[in-house]
Design a binder for this molecule. Structure first.
Ligand code: NAG
Ligand code: NAG
Ligand code: NAG
Ligand code: NAG
Ligand code: NAG
Ligand code: NAG
Ligand code: NAG
Ligand code: NAG
Ligand code: NAG
Ligand code: CU
Length: 536
């Protein structure tokens, strides 16, 4: 009973996360008129009226770049969000959100006039057991609370009405948001515009200039969603400093944190997360109609999979020995020493680019991308460069390793909070001029003024590219160890490998460290359960 009460209270103060679509705008009338300008509760005019917001044509800053013509021309996500809505609230002052009842990042109060004290995101290894417990409980509540946003089960052209827009939990909604940005394409497929899946996969969140700003927005949205669901506006996302992990192995893969696992990759039943079901992860690859041909988006209501993790067990024959451990602090330092944010073609092929290095497509001793080299008999001679952010995903060998569906694992957000901390370290060291982001030339959706798909109502990458204090948060500690050996790379892609030597030394040193955990997994588990029960 109390849960119901709590939900009603929360729904009342719900200002709305910004992605596919608020339920209030999915009536058949709104869908047909493509107008989403609700009258906020307690107001009489759409978007609140003068001083707060008004209904206006939605801007479309999409860049038409001939260099990326081969990418899908018809896709619901292109010209976001105008395929669905072309009139939305234009908010004034410090207001934002689909009905202008929300404050811009960093502001609070009924009129959004109060600049908030920055929330400090902390290292998960440094927080109290009570706060660790909170992290688990807060995520679990989001997994079990219905969202006020709905998710399309069909492509726009096939949506018959609100019955094709699914109700899902707050957490699954966030998972679907990331999936939607990075995986689905629109039919027709294999029609000559593009021949294979790589050609047809339009990824608005990865392998491009917008990777770090996309995920900064995402972590902010997730953090706010968790604050709202749990009625705790001061809660901040913890980060996992994988560059400093003990023995360079997953030191939070225990029930005290995100859950231990057995050798088959199943999560230990002593963890709250063992019972979680995943979405979009287990699409049947032999079902070409839904998987290969992309005739339908993922059925986000079908929570059928289970979380999987098997850290350190990824395929070394294909990926090389480095994949058996986490990235090293020296590799992080190497990436941070590049003062050039991104370089043409602003994609996974960019050399000497901070963004592409941190994303993980470039070698952390040369700064250059590297493709797999396979011998005539099929042996991998040189593995593809999979470093830093990407390496963490692949190293974990499970749900986290399939990037489009990785956020099914709550560990995703600890990882991406750390990636954002490294972005923030870079910004404070090298500055954040808008001109560092490409105006044109990046893959679709990744240019500086383009909308961050699929947040709704939309905002652009430039809104995320500024010191985090301006967005209302800070980090307990930035990564300030400096480049290895005191060297400064000055953004040059050195022809000589550098940093690699240091990288390998780090493993040896790491092996000497002892693992000290005063873990009381069962207690954490039980006390979280108690908290849940108290509300029923
Ligand atoms: C918005 O969409 C509606 C419905 O398809 C259409 O009639 C109208 O012309 C569009 N407006 C703009 C500004 O594109
Ligand atoms: C989603 O939930 C809302 C409110 O609870 C309900 O009115 C609507 O019918 C549901 N939609 C679907 C498709 O189940
Ligand atoms: C749900 O997903 C599972 C795993 O992919 C699949 O086997 C099953 O057929 C799906 N069920 C429905 C009703 O879509
Ligand atoms: C799915 O497509 C692949 C590649 O085109 C093909 O090899 C396979 O036979 C197809 N499977 C089915 C069930 O049609
Ligand atoms: C894939 O889509 C094309 C074009 O719409 C269609 O002709 C073909 O039958 C589809 N293939 C499958 C396996 O659904
Ligand atoms: C999606 O999955 C749900 C739950 O498994 C199922 O009830 C529903 O029929 C599925 N919808 C489609 C369109 O396959
Ligand atoms: C996990 O590693 C095994 C063997 O190293 C590999 O075959 C498998 O594809 C990996 N799974 C994931 C999800 O990365
Ligand atoms: C990046 O560097 C590699 C290795 O030197 C080179 O083969 C490749 O062409 C470069 N890519 C770009 C886009 O400059
Ligand atoms: C494949 O070729 C590589 C060198 O090209 C060689 O080292 C390796 O032994 C070969 N493996 C097999 C199974 O023949
Ligand atoms: Cu991602």
């Amino acid at each position: 009973m109390k849960v119901l009460g709590l939900l009603i209270v929360l729904a009342g103060c719900f200002c709305g996360r910004d992605a596919q679509f608020p339920r209030v705008c999915t009536s058949d009338v709104a869908l047909n008129s493509k107008e989403c300008c609700p009258v906020p509760p307690g107001f009489t005019e759409p978007c609140g009226g003068a001083g707060r917001g008004h209904c206006a044509d939605t801007p479309d800053p999409t860049v038409e770049d001939p260099a990326w013509k081969k990418a899908y021309h018809v896709d619901d996500r292109r010209h976001w969000p105008t395929v669905f809505f072309n009139r939305t609230c234009s908010c004034e002052g410090n207001f934002m959100g689909y009905d202008c009842t929300r404050c811009i990042w960093g502001y609070r109060g009924a009129n959004c006039e109060t600049k908030q004290q920055p929330g400090v995101r902390r290292n998960i290894k440094d927080i109290s057991s009570e706060e660790k417990n909170k992290y688990q409980c807060y995520f679990n509540r989001a997994k079990n609370t219905p969202s006020d946003f709905v998710f399309a089960l069909e492509f726009k052209e096939n949506i018959r009405g609100s019955e094709d827009l699914a109700n899902i939990s707050v957490y699954d909604f966030l998972v679907a948001t990331h999936y939607y940005a990075s995986r689905e394409t629109m039919p027709p497929f294999n029609t000559g515009i593009c021949q294979d899946e790589d050609d047809c996969t339009l990824d608005f969140a990865h392998d491009g200039s917008g990777f770090l700003t996309w995920h900064r927005a995402y972590v902010l949205e997730v953090e706010r969603a968790l604050q709202e669901v749990n009625g705790d506006p001061d809660w901040t996302m913890p980060y996992w400093d994988w560059g400093a992990a003990e023995k360079n192995q997953c030191d939070i893969c225990t029930n005290e944190y995100v859950g231990a696992n057995n050798k088959h990759g199943d999560i230990d039943t002593g963890s709250l997360f063992a019972s979680w079901r995943t979405i979009c992860e287990d699409l049947d690859p032999s079902d070409n109609a839904t998987y290969m041909n992309h005739t339908r988006p993922c059925n986000v209501t079908n929570a059928s999979g289970k979380l999987k993790r098997n850290p350190g067990h990824a395929d070394t024959r294909r990926l090389g020995e480095a994949i058996t451990h986490l990235p090293l602090a020296t590799e992080v330092d190497f990436a941070l020493s590049f003062p050039v944010y991104d370089t043409p073609p602003y994609s996974s092929a960019s050399n000497c680019s901070f963004r592409n290095l941190l994303e993980g497509n470039a070698d952390t001793s040369t700064g250059k991308t590297r493709r797999e080299i396979i011998s005539a008999n099929g042996t991998v001679l040189v593995p593809e460069a999979i470093t830093l952010h990407d390496e963490v995903h692949i190293y974990l060998n499970g749900t986290m390793s399939n990037v489009p569906t990785a956020p099914n694992d709550p560990m995703f957000f600890l990882h991406h909070c750390n990636v954002d901390r490294l972005l923030e370290t870079w910004i404070r060291r090298h500055g954040a001029p808008e001109s560092a982001l490409p105006e044109i030339g990046a893959p679709p959706g990744h240019n500086r003024h383009e909308h961050i798909v699929p947040f709704f109502p939309p905002y652009s990458h430039t809104h995320m590219f500024k010191p985090s204090i301006e967005l209302g948060y800070d980090y307990q500690e930035l990564h300030n160890k400096g480049p290895p050996g005191g060297k400064s790379y000055m953004g040059q892609c050195s022809p000589e490998p550098q940093g690699g030597v240091y990288a390998w030394m780090g493993i040896g040193m790491g092996l000497g460290l002892a693992l000290v955990f005063g873990v009381t997994c069962v207690m954490v588990f039980i006390s979280c359960r108690e908290q849940e029960y108290q509300e029923i």
